[in-house]
Design a protein around this ligand. Structure first.
Ligand code: SAH
Length: 370
């Protein structure tokens, strides 16, 4: 490479967004494309990729593995559910687990994954570990997709201050031909196809250097059933679980019940307010009136259509306001949460005040904030 050219570039190469973010974004895009349910990140370090992936709504199982427990433990608490996750449980289930162990060893907890990511991992492996790596990841774990990223040594002369390797813990750094021949041989052995790409574009005129980070995306050629994976591969557990978080989910009956009860009461109150506002003034509080009005407008149209059916019409008896459960069930959110009318009845039984025959929610006329 022309020395002057190199010096010119070493001054200016700065990736925006930073390269590690581009690598993580690459994985996120892949997740959005293939929608894997179970994702494992090998060499997860401080869990920053996992933290990003937990927001991908298709993922139900996330696992991290690293040989260094301390680096995982530093920020693992950031993978725990937040108060908002409990207040508004998600419809999907999500479990996040961190394991302490080496990619050179097989552990049954790594079976059944759809996507396995190895971002800037392989160059940290000692030779004997690198030799075992393909058999563990492609032979044993055998996910549908594997993503491997590693530095491209041909780019190093363009990076300021890089003498031998980009990081003191790197055991090697491959050029494009070295990475591609290793990847093609691995893919051939384990019946995968592989495509090469990367992140961190070279500067104009330096295209031959290739991407700063080279990436191989491996796709398994033949599908495997979950059962055959489990039964054919009896292995002893060798990893140590250092963290596990089970996120609150509406798939869990207790969170579903809370959500349904809140939504039923909310819907009943809105209906009550809407109908009562037809008959009486809201008092002297104009601010409150204006707050309620927008949400009631859409409800009022909807309610208008519903009460055409006689038995769905809310009514007043004495001091009580009755809102038929059938009316409440026909509101989209309640309907979606419960799935069936029977399930709605089951979930709110004993938790919401109902008429004696159980067909309507009762709200007291006097207490607006019931
Ligand atoms: N994947 C991370 C960082 C990679 S740094 C990211 O995208 O930012 C490499 C990580 O691999 C380190 O945390 C190191 O502890 C871990 N590692 C090194 N050898 C390993 C092995 N044999 N098994 C599992 N993890 C290993």
């Amino acid at each position: 490479m022309d020395k002057n050219f190199k010096e010119e570039f070493t001054q200016i190469i700065k990736f925006k967004p930073p390269l590690y973010k581009q690598r993580h974004q690459f994985v996120k895009d892949l997740v959005e494309k293939y929608k894997p349910k179970k994702v494992a990140d090998l060499g997860c370090a401080d869990c920053s990729l996992l933290r990003m992936l937990k927001f991908c709504s298709c993922i139900e199982v996330l696992a991290g593995l690293d040989i260094c427990a301390n680096v995982m433990k530093e920020k693992m608490h950031t993978l725990s559910p937040l108060p908002l996750d409990y207040l508004q449980p998600s419809e999907r289930s999500l479990t996040v687990t961190l394991h302490h162990g080496s990619v050179a060893h097989k552990d049954p907890c790594m079976l059944g994954f759809d996507l396995v990511t190895c971002i800037e991992l392989i160059e940290h492996l000692q030779e004997p570990e690198l030799k075992k790596f393909p058999e563990v990841v492609f032979g044993f774990m055998a996910p549908s997709i594997v993503v491997i990223s590693t530095p491209n040594s041909e780019f190093n002369p363009l990076l300021p201050g890089v003498m031998l390797y980009r990081h003191p813990d790197h055991k090697f750094e491959w050029n494009q031909a070295q990475f591609q021949s290793w990847a093609l041989e691995t893919a051939r052995c384990y019946d995968y196809s592989v495509e090469f790409t990367g992140v961190g574009h070279p500067p104009p005129g330096m295209e031959k250097a290739g991407f700063c980070t080279q990436i191989g995306v491996f796709i398994r050629k033949h599908p495997q059933t979950g059962e055959s994976v489990q039964s054919e591969k009896p292995t002893e557990a060798v990893y140590k679980t250092v963290f596990k978080a089970v996120y609150p989910s509406l798939k869990d009956e207790k969170y579903l019940q809370n959500a349904v009860i809140s939504e039923v009461i909310f819907t009943a109150q809105i209906i009550k307010h809407r109908l009562m506002s037809k008959h009486e003034e809201y008092g002297d509080d104009p601010e409150r009136k204006s707050k309620l009005q927008p949400s009631m407008d859409c409800f009022s149209d909807y309610l208008g259509k519903l009460v055409v059916e006689k038995n769905m019409e809310p009514f007043v008896n004495g001091n009580e306001f009755y809102i038929p459960l059938a009316t409440i069930f026909s509101f989209p959110k309640v309907n979606r949460l419960c799935g069936s009318f029977e399930k709605l009845c089951k979930l709110i039984a004993g938790k919401v005040r109902l008429s004696s025959d159980g067909s309507a929610v009762m709200l007291s006329i006097e207490h607006e904030d019931e």
